[in-house]
Write a protein that binds this ligand. Structure first.
Ligand code: GLV
Length: 405
């Protein structure tokens, strides 16, 4: 049995990543903003949702296959865009894209990735999605969109909840930077994590690959917070969706929607899909969890567009709960980053395999054979869960809160 085969859960993968990834990069992924209350709520609210067990139904010929954004996928899971992925392990974006391609699910490359769009396109077999942050330098953004088009990215994910950065205390305390600064503390860290350092020495990709060499006056790119503060466009608004769509010429999915009114606005301005997200609890600390925001957004726009969710997805059971509440797919961020940190491409493959197996058996135990038939009827509505529209306290979930679509 290989080291990774012994890892049975996403949480065990996290523990494994913690042992192998330098603290500043492990913490970067693990952080929420300020008190991290929304980060914690993302996981905690999944746990409050109860599944409805059904028995004595044929469980033969089960299928997790579905389609998202017009693309056939092996299961309703996709990899979220995450910054600095290539710092969890060398060439991390390429490794994650390959693992996603083998598992038959989409990989989304972040603007703030270490490997560039061209690097990932040249080293992976399946088209990947590209995530866009809009910066002040419009010419650069236009070129970035063109580069995603040239790399044949079929979908653009437009993140609209991060024009200004929620403070993550750990990053400040750790002096996060890419490439890392060779301080005595960092040298001590890599002495304890030699595999990470050895692999990192073997790659040229150690800074923001989509930006370095593509933008004039890049400024202090070593610091994500400094870069964001100087370069991200504070004027970004709904009207921008039109020119971005026009330039890209393919589906544009808006990420960062947590409010039904914003979901309607996104749709009215041309969004081709919506990712319900609070940026993994990394932006507005005190906002509700993504999963508790999902039902009201599905109710507002779910009959007109595909709605996806990210934030706190750490098991196949979580994926099933998201689908039952009306999401077409659940996106994973930290879960795949921990796989990368723990074991590179094989680690991500293992995480996707864990989720697939958990999802398959969970679906069966709910009495379903086809993921496309999973819906609110698979939830135990007599359970406890934060009521839609209420604050985050736990109150009984009324059947009426979750409409059957
Ligand atoms: C970037 O997307 C971040 O949350 O750090």
């Amino acid at each position: 049995m290989s080291r990774l085969d012994k890892v049975l859960t996403v949480d065990e993968m996290k523990a494994c990543a913690r042992r192998r990834v330098p603290k500043q990069f492990f913490d970067y992924a693990d952080s929420g903003s300020w008190t991290e209350s929304t980060y914690r709520a993302n996981r905690a609210d999944f746990e409050k949702i109860l599944l409805r067990q059904r028995i004595a139904r044929s469980l033969e010929d089960r299928s997790l296959a579905t389609a998202i954004a017009g693309q056939d996928v092996a299961m309703p899971v996709a990899l979220s865009p995450t910054g600095l992925t290539g710092m969890q392990c060398a060439d991390g974006e390429i490794k994650a894209a390959r693992a996603a391609a083998s598992a038959g699910v989409p990989f989304t490359l972040s603007t703030m990735s270490i490997c560039s769009i061209e690097d990932v396109a040249a080293n992976s077999s399946r088209p990947f999605w590209f995530q866009l942050y809009v910066m002040r330098d419009r010419k650069f953004i236009e070129r970035l969109i063109d580069r995603a088009k040239a790399a044949k990215c079929p979908v653009l994910v437009l993140t609209m909840d991060l024009q200004i950065l929620g403070q993550r205390h750990k990053d400040i305390r750790n002096g996060l930077s890419a490439p890392p600064k060779f301080t005595p503390r960092f040298l001590f860290e890599i002495a304890r994590k030699p595999q990470w350092a050895f692999e990192m020495l073997g790659t040229k990709r150690r800074s923001f690959g989509n930006i370095v060499g593509h933008v004039d006056n890049a400024g202090d790119l070593a610091s994500l917070s400094a870069w964001t503060a100087n370069q991200f466009d504070l004027t970004l608004n709904w009207k921008d969706v039109a020119w971005i769509k026009n330039r890209f010429g393919g589906p544009v999915i808006v990420k960062g929607v947590l409010d039904p009114e914003d979901a309607k606005l996104a749709l009215a301005h041309g969004a081709d899909g919506i990712i319900v997200s609070n940026h993994g609890g990394r932006q507005l600390d005190g906002a509700r969890s993504s999963i508790s925001a999902l039902p009201a957004i599905v109710e507002a726009v779910g009959d007109k567009t595909e709605v996806y969710v990210d934030g706190g997805v750490a098991s196949g059971q979580d994926v099933l709960k998201a689908i039952a509440l009306g999401a077409k797919a659940a996106f994973i961020g930290r879960a795949f980053l921990w796989g990368l940190g723990a074991g590179g491409e094989a680690g991500v493959a293992r995480v996707l395999d864990i989720l697939r197996r958990e999802l398959d058996v969970t679906m069966a135990l709910c009495g379903e054979r086809d993921i496309r038939k999973v819906g609110p009827h698979n939830l135990d509505l007599g359970g406890t869960w934060p009521r839609i529209g209420s604050m985050r306290e736990t109150t009984p979930l009324a059947a009426a809160d979750i409409r059957t679509r």
